[in-house]
Design a protein around this ligand. Structure first.
Ligand code: SF4
Ligand code: FE
Length: 481
C-alpha cells in the first residue's frame, strides 16, 4: 500500500492537459488551489498507515488475500459496508471537505456485479476484464475517478436526438484492438488527483442509443483527454498568501469538466459495449453505493459543523443560552439521523452473484434524499449560532496591519481570555463550510451529488411495494377483495 507521499509522487508521472483560469498547468499538483484537494485524498492513504485507523482503512483483498487500501476493495459482507460508512465519517471529520476517492470505489463495486450479470446474459467476457483491471488498481493502490454525468445538452432529448451527437459520450469508431470514443463528462470529482477514469453511462439507454451504452477505464493521461477545472467560491483566497482567510488552508476538493476527443480504449479495458439493456442497472447500482456514501462523509462534515457551532457559541459567550444549546442538539439529531440511514442501508446489504455486497437500494435512496435536506438545516443553525460577523469580518491583511490590526483585535474580541485570532479562524472555517470552497462538498453536492433529489424520489417510487402495503391495510380493514 502506498504512503501518502508515494501517492502524490505517483501522480507526478502523469502527463495531462489540465486547465485552470485560462492557463494550462505545467504541474497542477503544486497549484495553491489544487494542493488542498490532493492533501484531502492523500488522507485516505495516510489512514492506511495510521495505527489508530489501520483496521478501518485497510482490509484483505477478496481477490488475493493481501491487505489493501479499503478504497480499492469489493465489499464482502454487510459488516464491510458498515465499515465503509465508518471510514468515510472519520475522513469527513479529519478534512471537512470531499476527499474524492469514493466515486471510483463505488463504480468498481457496481461494475463487479453488473459485468458478471452482463456476461451471464450475453456470454461476453467483461467480468474477467474488469477483475483484471481491479487487480491492477489494488496492487498499485490507485485512485479512480468515477465518470458518470454526461453534459446532456437539451434534457428533453435522448442522446442521439441531440443537435450535437457528442453531448453524451459515445463510440465514434471501432477497430480490431479497441474502440474510439468522443464526448464529455462533467462534475468530475478529484479528476486531477486520479490515476484512472472509470466511465459509465449517465442513464438508462434505449436501443437506438446503443452507441452510448459504454463503460471502460483509461489512465487520466490518455491522449485526447482534456481537463478544465471548475472554479470555487472564494478560491482566490488560496492565492493571497494568508492562512486565515482561506478558512481551511490544508484541505479542499475539486471538480472538472473532462473532454474526450477521439480517445482510444483497448478492448481489454472495455466493460460494456452497446449492451444498452444493462446501462440502467449499472447507473442504479452505482447510484445506490454513492447514495450510501453520503451517510458517512457528510456526517463527518456535520461533526465538524457541530463542533464549530459549540465552539463559536463559547467564543461569543452564548453557550449557556438554552436556545443555543437546543439548536446544537437539533444539529446532532439531524446528523445522527443521517448516519443511521447510512448504517441501515449498509446493514441491510445483500450479496450479489459475485459475492460482492450491494446496499439496500430503497434505504440508500432515503439516505441520499435526507442528505438533500439535513446539511442545509445544520448549516442554517450554524449560521444562526455564528452571528452576523460571519459575513462582515475584516480581512486577514487588516487584522495583521500594524495600525488597524490592534484596533480590530480590541473591538472584535468576544469572551475575555479567547484570542480574537481564534474567533477569526473559526469564523473563516464556518464561512468555508457554509458558502466558501467546502460548501461545494457539504451544500451543493448534498443536493446534486449522486443524483438530484428527484432521482431518489423516482427510485423510491420504483422500488417500494405499494401492493403489499395495500394488502396490509385491506387485511386490517376487513376488505376481502
Ligand atoms: Fe466521497 Fe463524499 Fe466526496 Fe462523494 S462527496 S467522493 S462520498 S467524500
Ligand atoms: Fe459525490
Amino acid at each position: 500500500m502506498k504512503t501518502s507521499e508515494e501517492y502524490v509522487n505517483s501522480l507526478r508521472n502523469l502527463k495531462r492537459d489540465v486547465y485552470l483560469f485560462g492557463e494550462k498547468l505545467e504541474d497542477p499538483l503544486d497549484h495553491p488551489i489544487i494542493k488542498p484537494s490532493t492533501n484531502a485524498i492523500a488522507m485516505t492513504y495516510e489512514l492506511a498507515h495510521d495505527s489508530q485507523f489501520r483496521n478501518l482503512a485497510t482490509v484483505p483483498s477478496s481477490l488475493t488475500g493481501i491487505p489493501i487500501n479499503r478504497f480499492t476493495h469489493l465489499h464482502q459482507s454487510a459488516a464491510e459496508l458498515v465499515e465503509k460508512i465508518k471510514l468515510q465519517r472519520v475522513l469527513g471529520q479529519k478534512t471537512a471537505v470531499c476527499f474524492q476517492r469514493c466515486v471510483g470505489w463505488d463504480a468498481m463495486n457496481a461494475l463487479d456485479s453488473v459485468t458478471y450479470e452482463l456476461d451471464e446474459a450475453y456470454g461476453t467476457e467483461y467480468h474477467k476484464r474488469f477483475r483484471s483491471f481491479l487487480g491492477t488498481v489494488q496492487e498499485k493502490d490507485l485512485v479512480c475517478d468515477g465518470a458518470m454525468t454526461d453534459v446532456k445538452g437539451d434534457r428533453s432529448l435522448s442522446p442521439s436526438q441531440q443537435a450535437d451527437p457528442d453531448l453524451y459520450l459515445h463510440i465514434v469508431d471501432e477497430r480490431k484492438d479497441g474502440m474510439v470514443v468522443r464526448g464529455a463528462k462533467v462534475h468530475q470529482t478529484g479528476i486531477v488527483n486520479s490515476h484512472e477514469i472509470i466511465v459509465m453511462p449517465t442513464a438508462s439507454i434505449r436501443e437506438e442509443d446503443a452507441d452510448y451504452a459504454i463503460s471502460f477505464a483509461v489512465p487520466t493521461d490518455t491522449p485526447g483527454i482534456t481537463v478544465i477545472l471548475g472554479r470555487q467560491s472564494c478560491d482566490l483566497r488560496l492565492m493571497e498568501g494568508g492562512v486565515i482567510d482561506p478558512g481551511n488552508i490544508r484541505f479542499g476538493g475539486h471538480e472538472g469538466l473532462v473532454i474526450f476527443e477521439d480517445v482510444f480504449v483497448p478492448w481489454e479495458r472495455v466493460f460494456m459495449c452497446r449492451e444498452y439493456a444493462f446501462a440502467g442497472m449499472l447507473v442504479e447500482r452505482f447510484a445506490a453505493y454513492h447514495r450510501q456514501s453520503y451517510g458517512g462523509c457528510k456526517v463527518g462534515l456535520g461533526d465538524v459543523a457541530i463542533g464549530a457551532a459549540a465552539l463559536i457559541a463559547e467564543y461569543n459567550g452564548t453557550d449557556r443560552a438554552s436556545h443555543i444549546r437546543d439548536k446544537i442538539v437539533e444539529m446532532v439529531h439531524l446528523n445522527e439521523t443521517l448516519y443511521s440511514c447510512g448504517l441501515a442501508c449498509s446493514s441491510e446489504g445483500k450479496a450479489t452473484g459475485t459475492g460482492t455486497y450491494l446496499v439496500d437500494i430503497i434505504l440508500a435512496n432515503v439516505t441520499k434524499h435526507n442528505t438533500t435536506r439535513f446539511p442545509y438545516e445544520i448549516l442554517r443553525l450554524l449560521e444562526d449560532i455564528a452571528g452576523g460577523l460571519l459575513v462582515t469580518l475584516p480581512s486577514e491583511k487588516d487584522f495583521r496591519h500594524p495600525e488597524i490590526g490592534p484596533k480590530i483585535d480590541k473591538y472584535l474580541k468576544g469572551k475575555a481570555g479567547v484570542p480574537t485570532e481564534n474567533r477569526f479562524r473559526l469564523l473563516r472555517l464556518i464561512e468555508n463550510m457554509t458558502f466558501g470552497r467546502a460548501a461545494i462538498g457539504y451544500r451543493a453536492e448534498s443536493m446534486h451529488g449522486a443524483g438530484s433529489p428527484q432521482a431518489q424520489r423516482i427510485m423510491i417510487a420504483r422500488t417500494v411495494d405499494f401492493e403489499a402495503k395495500k394488502e396490509l391495510a385491506k387485511n386490517l380493514a376487513g376488505i376481502a377483495l
